[in-house]
Every structure is written in C-alpha cells, then in structure tokens.
Design a protein around this ligand. Structure first.
Ligand SMILES: [Zn+2]
Length: 159
C-alpha cells in the first residue's frame, strides 16, 4: 500500500470506529501514559487497525473498553506494531523495546572519548543524551508497571 493509500485507509478507519473510543481521563493528559515523555497524540487501545478483525459486541459484553490513551510519539509508533488491549501488556512490550534500544547504545568513558576527534566526541555526547532519555523512559515504565493495579482500580471506578 502506498503512503497515500495507507493514510486514506487510516482515515476511513477513524471515520468508522473513532466514535467507539473515549479518552482516559484517569491519567494526566499532558504526558505519555506509558513512559512519561511529553504528550504527542491519543493512542487507540486496542489499535484502530485491529477493530475490523474484532467482534465488537462480544468484546464490549466482556467488559472490553475502547480507550484513547495519552502517548508520546515513540510509544505510539511502537505500539502500532502489535495487538495489545491491556495497558500492562503495552508496558511490558515497551519496556523490552526500549531496553533493546538501550543495549545498542554503548556507554563511553571520558578517557575513551578523549582519544577521539572533537567531531566524534560531539556525536557520541549527542547519542548519550538520547540514551539518557531512554533510561528515563524505562524507569517511568517500571514505575507504571508497579503502580498498575492502583491505576486499574481507578479506571474501573470511573467506568
Ligand atoms: Zn511514551
């Protein structure tokens, strides 16, 4: 499918199914529900692309909800790849994704850096900043996993 076709398909999905979803007001809306980074968009949970394959009536009968979750760009992008309904599954999936990213980004010591050109030092230091952001995301994801039960109770009371 071309990018144009994909956009058109996505727009048609939104037109058909967006009314099923409601915003999750139990969590702060200015930060990502998963990793705590700044808000970028509302993440459809379950993903809107999965709705045509679902039995909506059965899903709702069993207490399934269609939620819009505040998310950052990275988490939203990663979560589009898989079929996750439960926030906890999303959190575990994202933790593994960010950890894999972290392992690809090594830590350099000052003495290793001092042997490199100024250009390389700048490049690596830029990478270290990105690395720190990932470390921060993973830490917040862990906190969210640990406090998940509490958040779930809040959500049940709200519904
Ligand atoms: Zn995020």
């Amino acid at each position: 499918m071309s990018t144009q076709d994909k956009n058109f398909y996505r727009q048609s999905l939104i037109k058909a199914y967006n009314h099923l979803y409601s915003k999750d007001y139990t969590v702060p809306k200015d930060i990502c529900r998963y990793c705590g980074s700044p808000f970028y968009c509302w993440d459809h949970r379950p993903a809107i692309s999965q709705v045509p394959n679902m039995n909506i009536i059965e899903y709702q009968k069993e207490g399934g909800k269609f939620l819009l979750i505040p998310a950052c760009e990275d988490c939203n992008k990663y979560l589009n790849a898989g079929f996750f309904i439960d926030i906890l599954d999303c959190l575990f999936f994202l933790r593994d994704k960010y950890r894999a990213k972290l392992f690809k980004s090594p830590v350099w010591t000052e003495s290793e850096l001092s042997e490199m050109s100024y250009y390389m030092q700048c490049k690596i230091k830029g990478g270290q900043i990105k690395r720190n952001i990932i470390v921060d995301k993973i830490e917040k994801i862990y906190i969210n996993i640990c406090t998940y039960d509490e958040a779930k109770k809040k959500l049940e009371n709200y519904a």
